[in-house]
Write a protein that binds this ligand. Structure first.
Ligand code: ADP
Length: 245
């Protein structure tokens, strides 16, 4: 964890919101904001992210990448996905998978969501706030989240943030370095074998397709009824035909 300043909150609105406030004040050092509870955690498209007290690892990494053009900043979502999936596999031995673009799933259920938000200076990415919500404890989430689960519910293991963070951050730093020197293709190559989406029948914003592959820029290559198209990791929802994955 040597490269990360850790700032801990018992209670906060959202660690991504805090990271963005600090980034706009000029903070550029690699900083990890962790909270025991978020009162207004968010997923993509402003959807609510449930973050009950002590039930998960609710965190945001704020960092300033070197030499990442604004148009490539979105690739950051794949770094945390690859790093956390690999770390959780090592720690638990369970087949944690990546649902495109960056949810982590275990046994077909969502155990982790991620949200990247970026700031730009000219045509460069100035900072990235990379939020991760990893469910650790069972029975902590509202029952209506039928596709949600946790490490404890799926593996029986009771992990704490301290069990995960040192290994996760080391994996993150190494994958992030590869991103900045070799490009996103190096990151995608690590995700491909862990992808729950490649090879699956999916709905892309409700339209049926077969997910064929991920391009080296992170796009999901899908065969639709009218032909093969690339789906960009932006504001689309990809779901399984009958289930979450
Ligand atoms: P997706 O990328 O799967 O479309 P998001 O990353 O935007 O979804 O996450 C928000 C959605 O995740 C919410 O609308 C809700 O259905 C679900 N959700 C909220 N909190 C949790 C949680 N702690 N664990 C799993 N799923 C959650």
């Amino acid at each position: 964890m040597k490269n990360w300043n850790v700032i801990h909150f018992e209670d906060i609105d959202s660690t991504n919101a805090e990271a963005k406030r600090r980034a706009r004040e000029g903070l550029r050092e690699s900083t990890l904001f962790v909270a025991d509870r978020q009162s207004a955690g968010r997923g993509r498209m402003d959807r609510k992210w449930e973050s009950p007290a002590g039930a998960g690892l609710w965190m945001t990494q704020l960092f300033a990448p070197e030499n990442i053009p604004a148009k490539d900043a979105g690739g950051a979502v794949f770094i945390s996905a690859a790093a956390l999936a690999e770390t959780l596999r090592e720690i638990t031995g369970a087949p944690v998978m990546v649902k495109w673009p960056n949810d982590l799933v275990l046994n077909g259920k969502k155990i982790c969501g991620m949200l990247a938000e970026c700031g730009f200076e000219g045509d460069k990415c100035a900072w990235i706030a990379l939020g991760t919500g990893l469910n650790l404890k069972k029975d902590a989430l509202p029952a209506e989240l039928i596709y949600a689960s946790s490490i404890e519910a799926e593996t029986g293991m009771q992990l704490s943030a301290d069990d995960i963070l040192p290994r996760y951050l080391a994996a993150f730093d190494s994958i992030c370095a590869a991103w900045q020197t070799e490009g996103l293709g190096a990151v995608i190559a690590r995700i491909r074998p862990l992808s729950a989406t490649i090879g699956s029948d999916v709905r892309v914003d409700g339209e049926y397709a077969k997910a064929l592959d991920m391009d080296s820029d992170g796009a999901l290559v899908c065969r639709f009824a009218d032909g093969v198209r690339r789906v960009l990791a932006g504001d689309v929802s990809v779901r399984g035909i009958t289930d979450y994955v």
